[in-house]
Design a protein around this ligand. Structure first.
Ligand SMILES: [Zn+2]
Length: 369
């Protein structure tokens, strides 16, 4: 049982953590797919389904599925009882459909039928509850694919327990996804996305780390929970460790780009109930800037982050175009970074760890042979 299905944890908390994780999946997918528009949440959910059907069910319940109505509950009970009685499986859908057919028939035959019509509506929406989401579109990336032969780096295990899957991308690229969702609920302190881009030709890698935080009424107080703790950790591990600098130790590049920063705070909307039209508007705030705000303010909000943050619509694009994120590092430097900062041992975090691997060296070899 994953954390997201635990009844011992408040539903609202699980819902908002699920939304954070889904946002991270969506962000990773948007960057890797090179689309100019953000991938819809529904598509990100499909990827979750491909990755882990069990997790998908929990997400669906928490994020998109409205609560079971009385009538749905009734048919579930009835189906269960009838299955026991008859000795073979009878589904609630079958029973609803049967009753629906009857109601429609008598509605069509009658004259005064407004109450029958109401029943028809009720049964139709109950039936809808059981209808599977449309996952037919040929969207899911090809996962019959493995990265292990590309470079020895990818044979190494990073986490003790994480699901791993490799997906084929366009342009001789591969996306390796790892999902970590600890099952010890009390240890969970937040969610984040680590996105790394490997270039096999130059044997270099660059990264960006995103920390998700649910904000209610679009305000994040520094006094809230472990907010300061997390910000300081990111600041210490990334900004102050020199990953927000170029090779020469400067925050600024001689080329045209944003100042170096590779850790961002990403506020996500607060969800009180499942919502099929999941939307998270908002900002990506560099951790360096969060600390600047902290010097004079007790909170982060839309107003005081203006001019210091990147809007969500251009964030992915800026990373793809190398305007934000870390400088290029060697694979050894990255491993050193993992080790020194204990990046791979943070068990209290729900994490999406995405590695995009660009292998243009392969094309050349193929052309030559
Ligand atoms: Zn920074």
């Amino acid at each position: 049982m994953s954390y997201f299905g635990l009844n011992s944890v408040e539903e609202e908390e699980r819902r908002n953590r699920a939304f954070q994780m889904l946002s991270a999946m969506r962000e990773a997918l948007t960057i890797s797919k090179r689309t100019r528009q953000a991938i819809p949440y529904k598509r990100a959910l499909q990827l979750v389904n491909d990755f882990d059907p069990e997790l998908f069910k929990d997400f669906q319940n928490l994020l998109t599925k409205t609560n079971e109505s009385e009538i749905v509950k009734y048919y579930k009970q009835k189906a269960e009882a009838l299955s026991l009685e008859s000795g073979h499986t009878i589904s609630p859908e079958q029973l609803i459909q049967k009753d629906l057919d009857t109601e429609i028939r008598i509605r069509n035959a009658g004259e005064n039928t407004n109450l029958i019509q109401r029943k028809v509506f009720e049964l139709e929406s109950a039936l809808e509850y059981f209808q599977p989401e449309d996952i037919s579109e040929n969207y899911i990336l090809n996962h019959d694919f493995s990265l292990t032969h590309k470079h020895e780096f990818f044979n190494k295990k990073i986490y003790d327990s994480a699901k791993v899957k490799d997906y084929e991308l366009t342009g001789n690229r591969v996306l390796r996804l790892r999902l970590l969702h600890p099952d010890k609920a009390e240890r969970i302190i937040g969610s984040d996305l680590v996105y790394e881009q490997f270039d096999l030709k130059s044997q270099k890698v660059r990264f960006i780390h995103i920390q998700y935080k649910t904000w209610n009424t679009k305000t994040l107080y520094f006094s809230q929970g472990n907010m300061i703790d997390q910000i300081e950790k990111l600041d210490k591990n990334i900004c102050k460790s020199g990953y927000c600098q170029n090779e020469k130790g400067s925050k600024f590049s001689s080329n045209y780009r944003f100042p170096y920063c590779s850790a961002f705070l990403r506020p996500t909307s607060f969800l009180t109930k499942p919502d099929a039209s999941l939307i998270s508007s908002g900002i990506h705030l560099p951790v360096c800037m969060v600390n600047k705000i902290r010097e004079t303010d007790k909170k982060v909000d839309v107003k005081n982050s203006k001019g210091k943050s990147v809007g969500h619509r251009i964030f992915e694009e800026l990373f793809i175009d190398k305007h934000i994120g870390s400088r290029w590092l060697t694979f050894n430097e990255l491993e050193q970074f993992y080790k020194e900062k204990g990046i791979t041992s943070e068990t209290g975090r729900i994490r999406v760890h995405a590695q995009e691997v660009i292998d243009t060296s392969k094309t050349k070899e193929n052309n030559g042979s």
